[in-house]
Design a protein around this ligand. Structure first.
Ligand code: FES
Ligand SMILES: [Fe+2]
Length: 340
């Protein structure tokens, strides 16, 4: 369901921080049919090949542009719904049913993208082109390895994913935006924040009387984690759709895989995430510009220490990528086979 919140009109194209794995899908979404999703303003199609590995192509048939996601999978090979042309996960065309003697040229292929599955997420590589075996592994969320199971719900947030990330690393909004929910127990508006780097991102501590009252982690670029205890944590991944939309995977991790318990946890997860995050969405949708990279005019406060850290980190990584790319723009989804 798409959100009905109004968004301000901003200009600007989808920019990225590259050289990272982005969560773009939950493994639970992959069933028997191909899955079409827009990510980074590009329609993509995901499915499992004959080995069970997740693969991804641009959701556009190279023949005459039909959406491959409307096709079907047989023996791990995707067939276009229009004329039945079949493609493997690396984009190769292996059959053109309407031609009996035509030699399929090498260039007759769909655009493929490098994806990997880890922690029941599908991750998409955005960065310099590299051979598959040279790519680093996706970052690991400790909460995902500590817990034995999780409940998940999906939401659609009406803004750029960078504003979503900044929304969930923000300690100081609780008493205002969430005054009817979280703010009932967190009433003190005075906010002292300490930030320090951790593996793959940073941790933001909310301080009270010199002690850590609460902390949240951001695994760069798009996974937020809140550890409530060893066996119980929340994690939210913000999959970039386009400049104005983000698909959000809200997970509640736990260790109680008992019958009867999980449906209750799933219900509780769905209800609480709906209550709290819809309060966030109403504000985030009004922020202008939508993309944090365009928000140089924002005047940040000491209590925005996590936001300062996040923006510096983005800038630094974007500069590094520009150098790696020879001074050019961060690479967009490429037409090469298998790399972006
Ligand atoms: S458009 Fe895909 S087979 Fe013709
Ligand atoms: Fe919030």
């Amino acid at each position: 369901m798409q959100s009905t919140y109004a968004t301000r009109q901003d200009s600007g194209s989808m920019t990225i921080s590259s050289g990272h794995w982005y969560v773009v899908l939950s493994s639970r979404e992959l069933k028997k049919r191909p899955v079409g999703k827009t990510r980074f303003s590009t329609p993509l199609v995901f499915w499992r090949d004959a080995h069970g590995d997740v693969v991804c192509l641009e959701d556009r048939c190279p023949h005459r542009g039909a959406a491959l996601s409307q096709g079907c999978i047989k023996d791990g090979i995707l067939a276009c719904p229009y004329h039945g042309i079949r493609f493997t996960g690396d984009g190769r065309c292996v059959e053109v049913p309407v031609e009996d003697s035509w030699h399929i040229p090498d260039h007759f292929r769909a655009r493929s993208l490098q994806v990997r599955e880890s922690q029941e997420y599908v991750w998409l590589w955005r960065g310099p082109a590299m051979a598959t075996d040279e790519l680093p592994p996706p970052p690991v969320q400790p909460v995902a390895t500590d817990a034995t199971c999780f409940e998940e719900c999906i939401q659609h947030w009406p803004t750029h994913y960078t504003r979503c990330v900044e929304g969930v690393i923000d300690h100081s909004h609780i008493g205002f935006v969430h005054k009817r929910t979280l703010g009932l127990v967190m009433r003190d508006p005075i906010t002292r924040v300490e930030v320090h780097p951790i593996e793959g991102g940073f941790r933001s501590n909310l301080m009270k009387d010199g002690k850590i009252r609460h902390y949240i982690d951001l695994t760069y670029p798009n996974v937020w984690t809140q550890n409530l205890s060893v066996a119980y944590g929340m994690s939210t991944a913000f999959a970039p759709v386009d400049d104005k939309r983000t698909e959000v995977y809200c997970r509640l991790y736990h260790n109680k895989n008992r019958r009867g318990y999980r449906p209750l946890m799933a219900l509780w997860n769905r209800f609480t995430q709906f209550m709290v995050f819809h309060e966030d969405m109403a504000i985030l949708a009004t922020q202008s510009p939508a993309n944090v990279d365009d928000a140089q005019d924002d005047k940040l406060l000491p209590s925005d220490a996590a936001h300062v850290f996040y923006r510096k980190m983005r800038k630094q990584l974007q500069n590094e990528l520009a150098v790696a790319s020879g001074g050019g723009e961060p690479q967009q989804l490429s037409r090469s086979s298998g790399a972006v």
